[in-house]
Design a protein around this ligand. Structure first.
Ligand code: CUK
Ligand code: CUA
Length: 765
């Protein structure tokens, strides 16, 4: 074995030598030469230097982008724009086992609508939980526009924990956005429908169709939405659009804009002008302003009506109690963004060039003085547009969304038609700079830009069309996220990132150091419920038991075997695999796939996952680990045997293809002893250093210790067999002993390398 290790070392030395050689070549490759060969300008090289992140380097910010129609969430770093993860949310995601293990199937099942599986989402707006208006990095929420739902993702492990279905709406757009302390997550309707979910002819549109805003109560302790404490406020059948919560002086209020307040109902097939014409006749639509704090009190006081079992405050009650107002907004509005200090909000008119800045102070004065311009057909007081405005600024054709800079008064607005971002000052009402993007920007995102403390530095333009920006890949193009440096007076384009997963409408970015995700679960953990799994198994206690007609397999996974390796059931029996990953090492995930039964699980360190299915076909079905977890990953395998109905288990010993002798045994034991010498030298190195000061090394040492304990167990078994002159089993167990040693050595070497590279010092004993 020393020889084997020697060989490995030899290889390493060879690789090192080659590395030196190639870096000498690189030295001759000076910057000018590379720039010339690749046709790069000074500006390109500067942009590269601002985004390039050397190996092992980390990003300053982490972005969570909606995955659009994929129903997932995309996580990437800024400024490197490297994609880090797709989080399965409304859609099954096999790599994560999401929608394949029993635990996550339960989460997806919460998103069923009237018993029907909905296996996609039209995700639009992610929101990070806030404490006092600042991002706290604990939870992420995202909406589904097509089937009005909100999902809760816990950022301690980046997993979806809950999906709630809106009980009264049929579509929604104005969500997810959170109140400054995440008491509520807002969701607003888009296309008006009868809230009761009944059939009502369109001729009764004005009377029977309605919109609404729903306030989902978030229970931070449980990390779940509490449906029983959530409520809605009924709104007219205007197409509600984007929402935002007030903060500071406007805390307690929410704002939701709208379009198609004409209440046009289409009919192109009968020769009527289409929706797009009928919905843009009027010069203004309405912002809906709701006092949600008072609304919650009214609901608690029993003033709500029950619709589909859900509390809804009617328009009449809301008007009578003075918690609902309308403010006109010009020209097919879009975007609703409250300023970090809560004193203003900005709305854009997508058929116009103006962004309108509203003054909260003026608005609250008007309400206080009951100074209303009119009432809408539902009796809701309408404020005067001019009296509510702080200013209007011509920012470009087709403005949509606005994001705030760290510099007070400075904002960035996306300009869809002109394909630009406009930087402007909303206090003084003047344009500061413009930059072209590619192409047709929708949302845009500054760092923590919708919190009370925007961080400045970067802006990402989330473009609707990529057209010619990337290598052609057929008629469906990737999306284009463009990174823009906003640290200076002029905006500078840095990077184009193709995003090949749905149309991300909105994204939010948080300082990376606010996120504290775990590396492993407590052993035997149901991650979707965040509690100990009832199905966890401990090493050595694996078992197969029949309970209520179901064959439960309580198994474990660890490099490089699945316990048990043979499971036999009778055709027609239900079998339920429960697998616990015993690993404690970082990134040691095991997978589990069963041939023909559509099973693919992902067991991250510590996790217990289950797969229950009816073994309805007789035959032999290999199962195996689907993550390349170790050198003997391919050997991480087993057999599910489904014997034909009515037949008996064959039983009897397994016949191997190979029989081992005393010579084999002696040879293997020698190898193991040599290997132990190497391990001892690594252990001596680690323990002679201050390894306890390095958390990753402490974790590695724990893991290696586990492996060595397993090795000791296997050693004892091999010696027991040898003592009984059963050299066949003795050799097999000696080989297993060796397997554990190799893992321990591998982990030990990783720890040693870490210590060497991170400046560990020698400690005196
Ligand atoms: S919407 Cu897509 S560009 Cu759904 Cu927020 Cu404005
Ligand atoms: Cu475990 Cu491959």
């Amino acid at each position: 074995m020393i020889q084997k290790f020697g060989k490995t070392l030899g290889f390493a030395a060879l690789a090192l030598g080659m590395g030196l050689a190639s870096s000498q070549v690189a030295a001759q490759d000076n910057l000018e030469k590379v720039m010339k060969e690749r046709g790069l300008t000074q500006k390109d090289v500067l942009a590269a230097a601002k985004t390039y992140t050397p190996t092992g380097g980390r990003d300053e910010f982490v972005a969570f982008a909606s995955g659009g129609q994929s129903g997932q969430v995309i996580v990437y770093g800024i400024p490197s724009m490297r994609i880090l993860k797709y989080i399965g949310v409304f859609t099954p995601e096999p790599w994560q086992g999401y929608g394949f293990d029993d635990e996550s199937k339960e989460v997806l099942a919460q998103g069923r609508i009237k018993g029907k599986d909905i296996t996609f989402g039209d995700t639009h707006h992610p929101a990070i939980s806030e404490t006092n208006g600042e991002y706290d990095g604990k939870f992420l929420f995202i909406n589904d526009k097509a089937n009005p739902r909100i999902a809760v993702i816990d950022l301690h492990d980046f997993e979806t924990k809950q999906i709630v279905v809106n009980p009264i709406l049929k579509s929604e757009h104005g969500g997810a956005f959170v109140s400054p302390n995440t008491d509520y997550v807002i969701e607003a309707a888009q296309y008006a429908t009868p809230l009761t979910h009944d059939y009502v002819p369109l001729s009764e549109f004005n009377d029977k169709y309605r919109g609404a805003v729903t306030y989902w109560k978030f229970d931070r302790k449980k990390g779940r939405i509490d449906e029983s404490k959530s409520f809605s406020v009924e709104l007219p059948p205007y197409s509600q659009d984007l929402s935002d919560f007030g903060k500071g002086p406007s805390d307690g209020w929410s704002f939701t804009n709208s379009f198609c307040t004409e209440r046009y109902i289409g009919g192109i097939e009968n020769g009527r002008p289409p929706f797009e014409a009928g919905c843009s006749q009027k010069d203004t639509d309405f912002v809906h302003m709701v006092n949600w704090k008072k609304a919650a009190e009214l609901v608690a006081a029993g003033k709500a009506d029950k619709i589909n079992g859900h509390d809804v405050l009617s328009i009449d009650t809301a008007v009578k109690e003075g918690i609902l107002f309308l403010i006109p907004e010009p020209k097919s509005p879009h975007g609703m963004d409250v300023s970090p200090d809560g004193k203003f909000f900005i709305v854009s008119g997508k058929l116009d060039t103006h962004a309108s800045v509203y003054s909260m102070e003026k608005i609250f004065k008007l309400i206080e003085n009951k100074d209303f311009a009119a009432k809408d057909p539902y009796g809701i007081p309408i404020l005067d547009l001019q009296k509510s405005l702080h200013t209007q600024v011509s920012v470009g054709l087709g403005p949509l969304h606005t994001q705030y800079d760290s510099t007070p008064c400075v904002v960035y607005t996306s300009i869809y038609v002109d394909s630009q971002v406009t930087k402007w000052n909303y206090c003084e009402g003047k344009v500061l700079d413009k930059i072209s993007i590619h192409y047709n920007i929708g949302h845009l995102m500054t760092m923590e830009g919708d919190s009370v403390k925007p961080q400045g530095k970067y802006l990402v333009s989330l473009n609707k069309l990529a057209i010619d920006r990337f290598q052609p890949v057929g008629p469906l193009h990737p999306q284009n996220h463009q990174l823009i440096d906003i640290s200076g007076d002029k905006m500078e384009l840095l990077y184009d990132m193709p995003l090949p997963l749905g149309e991300p409408h909105y994204a939010v970015a948080i300082k990376a150091d606010r996120l504290k995700p775990v590396n492993r679960y407590k052993v035997g953990w149901n991650s979707r419920k965040d509690e100990k799994s009832a199905y966890r198994a401990r090493p050595g206690r694996e078992k197969i038991v029949e309970e209520n007609g179901v064959v439960h397999v309580y198994g474990t996974l660890i490099r490089s075997h699945i316990t048990p390796e043979i499971v036999e059931v009778e055709e027609g029996q239900t079998v339920s695999f429960h697998l616990t990953n015993l690993e404690r090492a970082e990134d040691e995930t095991h997978g589990f796939a069963v041939n023909e039964y559509n099973v693919n699980l992902s067991a991250e360190p510590g996790k217990t996952v289950s797969a229950t299915f009816v073994a309805d076909r007789a035959g032999v079905f290999p199962y195996y680990c689907t993550e390349f977890c170790s050198a003997l990953h391919l050997e991480m395998q087993g057999y599910l045997l489904v014997r034909p109905k009515g037949t008996k288990a064959s039983g009897g010993a397994v016949d191997e293809g190979q029989t081992y002798t005393q010579d084999d045994y002696t040879k293997q034991v020698k190898t193991n002893n040599d290997t132990q010498a190497v391990i001892d030298s690594v252990v001596a190195f680690i323990t002679s250093r201050n390894f306890k000061d390095f958390a990753p090394v402490v974790a590695l040492v724990e893991d290696a210790t586990d492996q060595l304990n397993f090795a000791a167990d296997a050693k004892k078994k091999s010696e027991d067999y040898a003592a009984k002159k059963d050299f066949h089993n003795g050799t097999l167990w000696a080989q297993q002993w060796f397997q554990y040693q190799v893992k321990a050595a591998d982990i030990g070497l990783r720890a040693k390398t870490y210590l060497e590279q991170n400046g560990a010092v020698e400690v005196k004993k």
